[in-house]
Design a protein around this ligand. Sequence first.
Ligand SMILES: Cc1ncc(C[n+]2csc(CCOP(=O)(O)OP(=O)(O)O)c2C)c(N)n1
Ligand code: SF4
Ligand SMILES: [Mg+2]
Length: 290
Amino acid sequence: MVETVKPIPSTWCPGCGDFGVLAAVKKAALELAIPSHELVLVGGIGCSGGIHNFLDMNGIHALHGRLLAQAVGVKLGNPKLTVIAAGGDGDGYAIGMGHFIHAFKKNASFLYIVMNNETYGLTKGQASPTSQLGYEGNVENPFDAILTALSIPAPNFVARTFSGDPKQMTQILVESLKFNRENRGFAFVEALSPCVTYNDTYKEWRAKVQDISKLSGYDATDRAKTFQLCLDTIAQGRIPIGVMHRPREVSAEAASLELKLLPDRTGPAVADIDLTSNRATYERLLHALA
Ligand SMILES: Cc1ncc(C[n+]2csc(CCOP(=O)(O)OP(=O)(O)O)c2C)c(N)n1
Ligand code: SF4
Ligand SMILES: [Mg+2]
């Protein structure tokens, strides 16, 4: 018998932006009819990283800032699984920054959702890498993950969305999961997700977000133009959201880490390791070690 742990009721504060992400993940999985047992959610450390506890799917609570290494491991273990990594701005852009950058260049097909609330929510509201100048005495310039993502020349899907726009968030998650399920590579989605307890930015963000993908002539395959458009939007005091990079079609075999390493789409977690049928391989290995 296989024992499963059922999701627990949410422990987030009422009104937390992360509820929007939770609802959008559920809706996207239902829309794509992905069975729960084929979904794995790797959560980071922080309020946001606990999201897997509230979902009826396979879940892993990773080490702080190390969720991407585990997500890549799961995908390479069994490329047929749909893998989501989810955590906060502190988890992903501070302690996890090195892994964040490498995820773009590795290009394993999984979705990384960063719930950005511009604070360390779980530890009670210290400044994070995305905090604005002056927040809790912050004197450092805020980091912009979308600009970083656009500067890495890899065929990744990149988007930013907002918990106050559940329809757009669901559409973006559906598109990114489809991208992953076609083994086309890494999808990064930053979800602006206010922390109503320590940094309630709902009203401000509602007024400032601008879906640049709705601008006439917008082309999400043109990385350089989108980068400039983001800079211009920021200079106008707005926050750009929408699909920021939609790579041109390349074959899955040429794009994704898992198919470069495992062209037969069979990872070690599901490979046939039976002694009798693999005798010749094992003998060859033993011979090489002798
Ligand atoms: C190695 C390590 N360092 C520090 C901490 C303390 N800690 C727990 S959560 C957290 C940051 C959470 O911020 P964020 O990732 O933005 O998530 P949020 O709670 O805002 O969703 C920190 C520093 C920890 N758990 N482990
Ligand atoms: S402290 Fe902030 S991020 Fe954490 S659950 Fe409460 S509102 Fe959400
Ligand atoms: Mg945070």
